[in-house]
Design a protein around this ligand. Structure first.
Ligand SMILES: Cc1ncc(COP(=O)(O)O)c(C=O)c1O
Length: 419
């Protein structure tokens, strides 16, 4: 008999109720804030992320498969072959991989694709960012984060015990003032921001990092595959490979799989694998996942026509939505934000669009500031002329019903026009 059993025998027996219903008040209070205050009282009982199955023919604009890779026969064949003919799965942490393993070969192939000395594959973009910031930032080191930088970068700062120092979105003067005040550290930004499709001023950020002695981390999750020569991203497009210390990306966007990646030197990689907790304490990618990405690199590199189609469609749709009175001026790329502001208005917009066969994603706190929630439309290269017309028609039809004229984002636009 174990000590635990002895202990229980002598203790007061708790009543026979499911443990979850006997939750202590400090958990219940938080659950009530979600279920009662937010869902019932603010949103009338509807969950912001719950949706009905989309109607037949609906246009799905809530995913990030920008180049329409999922289901691509060449990639599926590569993955199936790996499942059928692969040897035993390697169910272990990546730190135990042998030199020359399939993952290492793929990391070198990614390095050539990205114009980097080496890369490390992680289980997700989240794991890549958290692990990288952990390895760069020691306790109390300032990490300068664009206020719209992805949550995983902020999470990395928190888990490192470093000092998060926010700077206003794409505001270089504010960043410089913050660095002057707090000193050398890490600057972390997204190349292309995931809520509104705005682009970071990467050349200027690289110059600031250089002059202030900071390390620059650029998350290319939404620009890898879609931007730059052969889809190598915005850093390569600007020739900044040697000025950006680390690039990271989720491969669950244009690469349509499940993994993350970091560019680095081979020397840093050795250090990373013994410091990054997600790399050490979580298992590595599986062989069929690697096979997908191996085929996907070749496919993405050759997908200039899809990239061009995506950019043309994004530009055209932005123009049409702007002409309808939506403020889409915050961004310029394939991610388009319809920023209704408060959550109830944003939920109403999402449903109005859904009824017209347009499925977007609702973004609200903690993904946006509390009263800047939005419906995000992410475009893909496969949208045809008729679908683009239907998106514009739906946005036109719901404009008055959704009260676009009174949205804070619309008022912001009018104010700018007056300046
Ligand atoms: C900019 C950015 N970085 C990192 C991530 C995390 O990537 P993953 O979904 O692969 O964990 C995301 C995904 O939402 C993202 O948009």
């Amino acid at each position: 008999m174990t000590n635990i059993n002895i202990c229980f025998k002598n203790m007061f027996r708790p009543p026979q109720i499911a443990a979850e219903h006997a939750m202590p008040d400090y958990v219940r209070r938080r659950m009530d804030a979600h279920h009662v205050t937010r869902i019932e009282q603010l949103l009338g009982g509807e969950h912001p992320h719950a949706w009905q199955p989309a109607q037949a023919g609906a246009i799905f604009l809530a995913g990030n498969d920008y180049l329409c890779l999922s289901g691509e026969p060449a990639l599926v064949r590569a993955q199936v072959a790996a499942l059928q003919h692969g040897q035993d799965a390697q169910l272990m942490s990546a730190v135990y991989l042998q030199e020359g393993s399939a993952q290492h070969r793929l990391e070198h192939k990614f390095a050539r694709f990205l114009g980097a000395e080496d890369t490390v594959l992680a289980q997700s973009g989240w794991a890549a960012n958290v692990g990288l910031v952990q390895t760069l930032a020691e306790p109390d080191l300032p990490v300068y984060l664009d206020m719209q930088a992805h949550a995983s970068l902020w999470e990395g700062v928190q888990s490192a015990g470093a000092l998060p120092v926010p700077f206003r979105h794409n505001d270089l003067d504010h960043l410089q003032r913050q660095v002057a005040r707090h000193g050398r550290g890490v600057i972390a930004v997204d190349a292309l921001y995931s809520t509104n499709g705005s682009v970071a001023p990467l050349a200027e950020l690289a110059a600031i990092a250089w002059h202030t002695g900071c390390v620059l981390v650029v998350d290319e999750s939404h620009s890898l595959g879609t931007h730059g020569p052969r889809g190598a991203g915005l850093v390569v497009a600007l020739g900044l490979q040697d000025h950006v210390h680390f690039r990271t990306a989720s491969l669950a966007k244009a690469f349509a799989g499940r993994a993350g990646i970091i560019t680095c030197s081979s020397k840093f990689k050795g250090y990373f694998l013994s410091e990054s907790r997600p790399a050490i304490f979580s298992s590595c990618l599986l062989r069929h996942e690697l096979a997908w990405f191996d085929a996907a690199i070749d496919f993405v590199a050759a997908a200039d026509a899809r990239r061009l189609a995506l950019h043309i469609k994004a530009g055209a749709l932005r123009e049409e939505l702007g002409a309808l009175g939506y403020n889409v001026s915050d961004g310029s790329e394939q991610i388009i934000a319809l920023e209704a502001g408060p959550e109830p208005q944003t939920l109403a917009l999402r449903k109005l669009l859904e009824r017209r066969g347009i499925v977007g994603a609702m973004f609200c706190a903690p993904a946006t500031p509390k009263n800047r929630s939005l419906v995000r439309l992410t475009l893909n290269s496969g949208l045809d002329r008729d679908q683009l017309r239907r998106i514009v028609e739906a946005c036109d039809a719901v404009r008055d019903l959704a009260g676009v004229e009174n949205w804070p984002s619309t008022r912001r636009l009018h104010k700018l026009a007056l300046v």
